[in-house]
Design a protein around this ligand. Structure first.
Ligand SMILES: [Zn+2]
Ligand SMILES: [Zn+2]
Length: 155
């Protein structure tokens, strides 16, 4: 699944309107940072995003990129993918969805919410806990890493 230009346009429209709502100045710097993150479904780390952003703004620092990422997380323009014990992975896909995580190469792919049967809780939640959203992480091997896949495509 790759990002279409139309999807990127929609994400940038949302970026523009959310910045205006939240009183965030629409600087060139913010625009470039968000466009890099919104233009991929690879769930980049901040460091990987920084490498690409620097090609467009050579003078930018990693600290500035981090600061803006934090702002985007705060206003809900980005989400952090929960992969415990690993580096922060950033997600600009704000539609409800789940993730397929490769345990070997750490690639993260999106799985649409419709790709999963409804999840229902059984029993009670800890007192006072209110669920706002949920996402499911499937751990496994991606097509590149799966030995079975490699063997079957060799002949
Ligand atoms: Zn893999
Ligand atoms: Zn995602």
């Amino acid at each position: 699944m790759t990002m279409t230009l139309r999807e990127l346009d929609q994400r940038m429209d949302l970026f523009r309107s959310r910045c205006m709502e939240r009183g965030l100045a629409l600087t060139h710097q913010r625009w470039v940072i968000y466009r890099i993150l919104a233009g991929t479904d690879k769930h980049l780390t901040p460091e990987a995003a920084f490498g690409q952003i620097r090609k467009q703004i050579p003078s930018i620092s990693l600290a500035t990129v981090y600061k803006n990422i934090k702002t985007f997380l705060d206003v809900g323009l980005l989400q952090e993918v929960g992969t415990s014990g690993q580096m922060m992975r950033l997600d600009a896909n704000l539609d409800p969805h789940h993730h397929l995580v490769c345990v070997r190469c750490k690639a993260i792919q999106d799985l649409s919410a419709e790709g999963l049967r409804p999840v229902r809780l059984k029993g009670r939640l800890p007192k006072g806990f209110r669920v706002e959203r949920f996402n499911v992480t499937f751990l496994g091997l991606c097509g590149q890493c799966s030995p079975r896949y490699t063997a079957s495509t060799r002949h």
